[in-house]
Design a protein around this ligand. Structure first.
Ligand SMILES: Cc1cc2nc3c(=O)[nH]c(=O)nc-3n(C[C@H](O)[C@H](O)[C@H](O)COP(=O)(O)OP(=O)(O)OC[C@H]3O[C@@H](n4cnc5c(N)ncnc54)[C@H](O)[C@@H]3O)c2cc1C
Length: 400
């Protein structure tokens, strides 16, 4: 892919294998999935072709590639995984085919590292098998959730149980009928210092008192069936064994969960932007305006050249963040992770916006470009808004 980073022989083989799988199975299924998702009678159900592709991918060994942990996952480094995630990112739903989709990946990573053996066998095993899906519930409508210390959903101990009361929103995947488990962040001890008030707890979706209030739309897209919903918790009671780690460890777990997950999104965004660039180039070669192809017009050339530079810059930063994570951990790699989280969604928005522009009015309703733009724009907010990462990076630079 580029000469600054080298990949293991296994990763190079997987890159080939994945490219072949994408060409043979994933791109040809795009129309079928789009038609399924557009059918009002089938809303909030998953296109059967995705399940069929999951079985094929599993058989081919293209499964759980995101997880560096050899016991549970493919055992690839983050650097080796980056070009694979980039390929998956070229189709918005493709990562699910390889069990590499958010938010399940971050949840599986968290459970693999921090869950008890009982929690692992009950929830991690079916997630790793792709039999169920999960969601991560942190953000709340009533508090500024970009500051995780504001999270207010109450989790109080009552005998051998914990009882949850509060609201969450923008919870990705929780409206999917296949979603069986939530990881919920809430306050167990409001008297503790602000980084020790919170805990994370496992809540099965069928627990009494837990309600999906409604689906939320980003620019009119509800992303069903894996979209985002508001959840109400009213006296939701779960056994004390559902707590992950100890009371007060929620903030630290949230930090741990978001490290690799943040760069996975960025890796996929590189693929999304790269595909938009390829569409831009094709359009520039085939559309004629004012007597010559768009590609012969200076401004179209600028759009292509700038997009190419911005994608490559973001790709190198992403690979650098992945390598920093492999060589250290979430803490030591936090600046590199912050940099790419700031750069990748903005880059993808710019590139996809140029691709839309080059397609004229048709670009606004192009099934790939319009959805890709919304996805990239959402990622300037999901996993923390740009400003929070900018502020954290600046603090780190000022301290250094
Ligand atoms: C598509 C999508 C999927 C999501 N999925 C999930 C999910 O699965 N689970 C989940 O828990 N959450 C999810 N979220 C929520 C997301 O993580 C939050 O929206 C985000 O963290 C911001 O929180 P907030 O919306 O409460 O904004 P607020 O905290 O109210 O912030 C509002 C704005 O204030 C500005 N701001 C904040 N801090 C600073 C600062 N330090 N300096 C300058 N300006 C600042 C930013 O512009 C920010 O956008 C998702 C969001 C989207 C869009």
């Amino acid at each position: 892919m580029n000469s600054l980073f080298s990949f293991s022989p296994r990763a190079l083989e997987l890159q080939q294998q994945l490219a072949t799988f994408m060409s043979a199975h994933v791109y040809p299924a795009e129309k079928e999935v789009a038609a399924w998702d557009a059918d009002p009678a089938k809303r909030w159900t998953s296109a059967p072709v995705i399940d069929a592709l999951k079985s094929e991918a599993k058989k081919a060994g293209l499964w759980n590639l995101f997880l560096p942990d050899k016991t549970h996952g493919a055992g690839l480094s983050n650097l080796d995984y980056a070009p694979l995630a980039e390929q998956m990112g070229r189709v918005l739903w493709a990562s699910e085919v390889f069990n590499c989709n958010a938010p399940d990946t971050g949840n599986m990573e968290l459970l693999a590292h921090f869950a008890s053996d009982e929690q692992k066998s009950k929830w991690l095993t079916p997630l790793l098998n792709g039999d169920i899906r999960s969601a991560f519930a942190m953000t709340e409508p009533d508090v500024a959730s970009s500051d995780a210390t504001n999270i207010a959903l109450r989790i109080h101990r009552d005998g051998d149980d914990y009882v949850l009361n509060g609201r969450k929103w923008w919870i990705t995947g929780a409206g999917d009928p296949r979603c069986k488990i939530l990881i919920v962040m809430g306050v167990t001890n409001p008297e503790a210092d602000k980084h020790s008030q919170h805990s994370m707890i496992l809540v099965p979706m069928d627990t009494h008192g837990l309600k999906v209030a409604h689906a939320l739309e980003a620019f009119g897209f509800d992303d069903a069936p894996s979209g985002h919903v508001e959840l109400n918790f009213q006296n939701v009671r779960v056994p004390k064994e559902n707590l992950i780690q100890t009371e007060g460890s929620g903030f630290a777990l949230a930090q741990a969960r978001l490290g690799p997950g943040r760069i996975h999104h960025c890796m996929r965004l590189i693929g999304l932007a790269q595909r938009a660039l390829e569409m831009m180039i094709h359009r520039a070669q085939t559309r004629v305006a004012f007597g010559k192809p768009l590609g012969a017009q200076g401004m179209a050339q600028e759009a292509i050249a700038l997009s190419c530079c911005e994608i490559e810059q973001a790709r190198l930063l992403t690979l650098n963040a992945a390598a920093a994570l492999d060589q250290g951990n979430n803490k030591t790699a936090k600046d590199e992770i912050g940099m790419i989280k700031i750069v990748a969604p903005r880059m993808a928005c710019n590139v996809i916006d140029r691709a839309i522009q080059m397609h004229g009015a048709g670009g606004l309703q192009d099934p790939f470009l319009a959805h890709a733009f919304v996805g990239a724009r959402c990622l300037r907010l999901a996993d923390g808004p740009d400003e929070v990462h900018i502020a954290a990076l600046a603090r780190s630079m000022l301290k250094a």
